[in-house]
Design a protein around this ligand. Sequence first.
Ligand code: SF4
Length: 244
Amino acid sequence: MSEALRVLSPVPSVLQGLPVRIDRDEVLRFQGYKQGVDVPTGEVVGLFDEAVALGERLMAPRVVYRCVPIAGQSAHLIEAGGERLHIPEIGRLWGRLAAVGAGICTIGDAIETRASALFEAREFPLAVMLDSVGSAAVESLAASANDLLCQAALPEGLQVTNRISPGYAGWDTAEQAPLFRLCSGGPIGVTLNDACFMTPTKSISFLVGLGPDARVDHYFTQCRRCWMRDCAYRRAPASVTVHR
Ligand code: SF4
C-alpha cells in the first residue's frame, strides 16, 4: 500500500496493494449462471482458472479517496464541497452525516486490452471469462476499500456507511460528474467522458457517508464478508479467508 488510509483525508489519497479476491461464483454470475442452480462443467472451471491466473498478472488495483465535510443534507440531497448530489432516500438510509467519502477504484486497462485481443483472435470463451474476472476484481477492490474505510473510521468514533455509486439505486449516472469533481480519478489514471463512462472501464466510483450517527445497520452481513483481520469491532466471524 502506498500510504496508510486517512479516513478524514481532505486531499485525494492514493492507495495501492489492497487485496482483491476473485470469487468463482461471482465471475460466473456475470455470465448468467444462477448460484446453486447452474453447475459449471470441468471445462468452464478450467477456463475460469486460466482467466484468473491471467487476470492476476495483468491487474493493477489502485484506489483514490477523499473526505469532504457535509455542507447540507435533506431527504434526497447531500451537499458537500460545492456539489449537490441527488440520491433518492439518502437521508433515511444514511441518517445524519458529518462528511462523505468519495472514491474511485480501478484495476487498470490491461485486462480489457487483453480481452479485446482475445476477441479479435476469436478466442471467445477465454475473452468472455477474462472480462468477467476483471468485473469481479474491481467489485472486490471497491469492497476492500469500503472495509478499510470502516476499520479506519471506527477508532475515530465515526461510522462508515455502505458504498453507493451513480447509476445504482436510483442515483442518476449523470452525477458521476460531481462525484469526480469531489475526487478526481486523475491520480490513478481514471477519466470520465461526457457520457459519464469511465476509462479504464474496469473502474468503480463510490460514495460513503461518515459520522458518529451515520446509519450502519448492515454490520452483521458486512462483517461476514469483510477481511479485516484485527478489527476490534467485528460483529460476526468472516465467512471467507481473512487476508489482512
Ligand atoms: S469487521 Fe466489520 S466493523 Fe470491522 S472493518 Fe470489517 S465491516 Fe467494519
